[in-house]
Every structure is written in structure tokens, then in C-alpha cells.
Design a protein around this ligand. Structure first.
Ligand code: SF4
Ligand code: SF4
Length: 212
């Protein structure tokens, strides 16, 4: 806590270096792992139809700077759902990084009570940010990129499946012998909205899907 010493009449100044964020609108991808087109996807109702108990929220996530600003803007709607202050929902400081939309990110904290990300709904399935997008019509940008595309992820220009997949993830569930769409197909809308994808890499992926 900052204190003011009246005896010496000196004021401690906190010098905060202003962070400079690049205005990243889409994350730049150079290579795409063909694995995303062969791995079974989040078929039928996807995550909502899965009995996984949202296990992939157990470590929290990186929140893009663009989403972070919206989370702060809508904190009055979020806080009653998570029963916590938004300011207490992060485990790291904001960092500049142009591998994220908005040019930076901040990591979420994990709750002790249920070992889920601080933005997970209390005592029920689902995420408060997805919930507000679905029920209140807030922009989808409120939801971090990783949570919209998972288990497809990225790192420094490479798009790939985040392996090992959780054994209870929907995309490892039996489809009873029925042909189901690949991860690329179930996540395609999000992937295209959030990443700047090279045409040649994308056509290779589309071809794999066609040849299946
Ligand atoms: S932001 Fe939502 S979807 Fe993402 S890890 Fe946290 S609770 Fe899960
Ligand atoms: S990605 Fe897999 S583990 Fe995560 S919520 Fe969806 S079905 Fe569950």
C-alpha cells in the first residue's frame, strides 16, 4: 500500500512505464498443422454436449488485450456471475505481445474452491463470458481467442492441436462409428474470424477435409 510521509513532506511517485500495444486485429499464422483437419472435432453439441466438466478451464487462460478491455468495460455484468471482482481474476500483469489480438495479454487466475478459471460460472457448466455473449448479445470479442478455438491453439505463427487432448474431451468421445467433422470443420468459423491465415496453407487443409 502506498503511504504518504507527512513528516518529510515527500511523496513516493510510482513511475509506470506506459505499455505500447500494437493494434493486432487478427493473429498472424504462417503454418497450419494438418492434424487439425484429421482429428475428430467437437461434434454434435460440442463442449455443451460433453460430460467433461469443462476440464480445459482448470488452468485458466490468456486473455487477449482486446478481450481484457471489454471485460473491464462489462465488469458489472460479469461480477455477479463469478461472485468476485474482475480485478481479482488475474494472476499476472498485462504484457505486450503481438501474438494476441489487441497486441497483449493477461493470464487469468484459478479459483481454489473448484479449480476452475476465475471467469467460469459458479457451480455450473460454462463460462461467464460465453454466457453473456449468448444471453445479453455482447460482442463475442469479450471471449479470449484461445477459449473460442480450443483445442486448436497457436504459437508464434503456427496453428496446431493442443496435444495431449484431455481424455474426456468431446473430440475423443466415441461417435458410434458415425462419420463426424474434424476439429478444423467444427472450429472453422472461429479460426477464420481470429487468425490471418495464408491462402496456400488453408487450401491444403481444405483439401485434406475434402479427401477424407
Ligand atoms: S475465460 Fe471462460 S472458457 Fe476461458 S478458461 Fe476461463 S472460464 Fe474457461
Ligand atoms: S474443449 Fe474439450 S475439454 Fe474443453 S470444454 Fe470442450 S469438450 Fe470439454
Amino acid at each position: 500500500m502506498a503511504t504518504k510521509t507527512t513528516a518529510t513532506k515527500t511523496k513516493k511517485k510510482t513511475v509506470t512505464k506506459a505499455l505500447k500495444f500494437k493494434d493486432v486485429k487478427k493473429i498472424k499464422i504462417k503454418t497450419i498443422d494438418p492434424d487439425i483437419a484429421t482429428q475428430k472435432g467437437l461434434f454434435n453439441e460440442g463442449c455443451y454436449g460433453s460430460g467433461c466438466n469443462d476440464i480445459c478451464c482448470e488452468y485458466g487462460c490468456d486473455v487477449d488485450y482486446a478481450s481484457y478491455k471489454l471485460i473491464l468495460k462489462h465488469k458489472k455484468l460479469i461480477e455477479p456471475l463469478i461472485k468476485a471482482k474482475v480485478e481479482d481474476c488475474f494472476s499476472t500483469e498485462l504484457k505486450v505481445d503481438d501474438d494476441y489480438i489487441g497486441g497483449g495479454f493477461r493470464e487469468t487466475a484459478v479459483r481454489d474452491s473448484d479449480e476452475r478459471c476465475a471467469f467460469h460460472l459458479r457451480k455450473k457448466k460454462g463460462c461467464s463470458l460465453f454466457y453473456l455473449w449468448m444471453t445479453k448479445g455482447l460482442t463475442k470479442r469479450l471471449i479470449p481467442t484461445i477459449c473460442r478455438t480450443y483445442p486448436i491453439t497457436w504459437h508464434r505463427g503456427h496453428l496446431f492441436v493442443d496435444r495431449p487432448l484431455r481424455s474426456i474431451c468431446k473430440c475423443l468421445e466415441s461417435s458410434g462409428g458415425k462419420k463426424v467433422p474434424s476439429l478444423y470443420e467444427t472450429q472453422k468459423k472461429e479460426v477464420k474470424a481470429l487468425f490471418d491465415l495464408p491462402k496456400n496453407e488453408l487450401s491444403k487443409i481444405e483439401q485434406i477435409v475434402k479427401d477424407k
